[in-house]
Design a protein around this ligand. Sequence first.
Ligand code: SAH
Ligand code: TMP
Length: 391
Amino acid sequence: MSFGRMPIANGFLTPETFATEFFFELRVGHCEACSMVQLTDLVDPHMLFHGDYAYFSSISTRMTAHFRRYAEAVMTGSLGSDPLVVEIGSNDGILLGNFARAGMRHVGIEPSANVARAATDQGIRSVCRFFDEETASDVRRSDGPAAVILGANVICHIPNIHAVLRGVDILLEERGAFIFEEPYLADIIEKTSYDQVYDEHVFYFSLTSLAPLVARYGMEIVDASPQNVHGGSMRYVVARRGAREPSPAVAVLAEHERLIGLGEPATYSALRDRIHQSRDSLTALLQDLRSAGKRVTAYGATSKSTTVTNFCGIGPDLIEFVSDTTPGKQGKFTPGVHIPVVPYEYFARAHPDYAVLFAWNHAEEIFEKEAAFARAGGRFIRYVPRVEIVE
Ligand code: SAH
Ligand code: TMP
């Protein structure tokens, strides 16, 4: 399906650059042959990941705790002596820092220079480049093979998935594990969270699509565990075929995906209908509130919200401002529809009537923090899994 003309999801901008803003066609398709769900028109990764990348992973305390547990789970696995831990897309070191602080050999592969620097500044070793087979060969030459190669919210970002798997094949120890967690397709379908679809998310993985893909490189999925972050993710453990005993969870998940129809075209046409309904209800609600003279704002200038605002046609006429805690986004305007992004203090100082929860994947953390907003009569508006005013 097409979401229409879309700007760069993380491309927050200043008024001087409005006229030259880049747009592309955001389209997603399901391949009936290999079951992959993916974007069909790609934006050059160099336009997305660079020295001014807007997303710093450590903005969320809940994610920091999540990645600490992820690291602990990896450390309790069989790593051998003096293991090398490699992370793809290590950003500001939110996951890899746990291994660095434990004194383990580690290296992060992170092409966005500004976030990589934030990691290096904390003593987390980061190499500023894209992960592919060349990078993998260089790391293997300088550091030896990796006991584990980790990733989170990054493998689905890399258009050349074959270069990633060839790189893993080059770098991984014989009995090593490639562990990564990414937004899970079944959650997107179940929650109609179409805002997961944006330029950086090239693939929408499931076991159904990943298992045959890794098999082409002599590997298999030996574990899969759901993660309650980013609106529903799946952590996959991949190993060389026969190197590790597959967990029973893998067969259970495969059967579940078959039952919910992940391989069936009808699943995707039904999803498309729900996405259109979601758009119509959200715009109708916001228009009604504005007509009633309510102050409507939004919470979290997320990359996901770029899809929502542009697909639904929600601009500054419906949302007065978006508040966000990331300094690099503040004072700028949201991509495409140009809603002002203001520091969080604006929101807290003069509570509006409504705030659209663009950071819905951090809802628990935000509801806890924003008790005062609710006490002042403020209400959050959600659109995942359905459009509603949160009571
Ligand atoms: N792992 C972090 C960051 C996710 S954002 C987390 O889960 O919070 C995706 C990150 O992947 C960005 O920092 C981006 O610069 C990086 N990235 C994009 N393409 C990459 C590639 N080919 N190799 C390594 N990292 C990449
Ligand atoms: P994400 O959905 O990609 O994790 O991005 C979260 C964005 O939301 C990020 O720009 C920071 C912002 N944010 C806030 O402004 N306040 C918060 O409490 C949280 C959790 C996130």
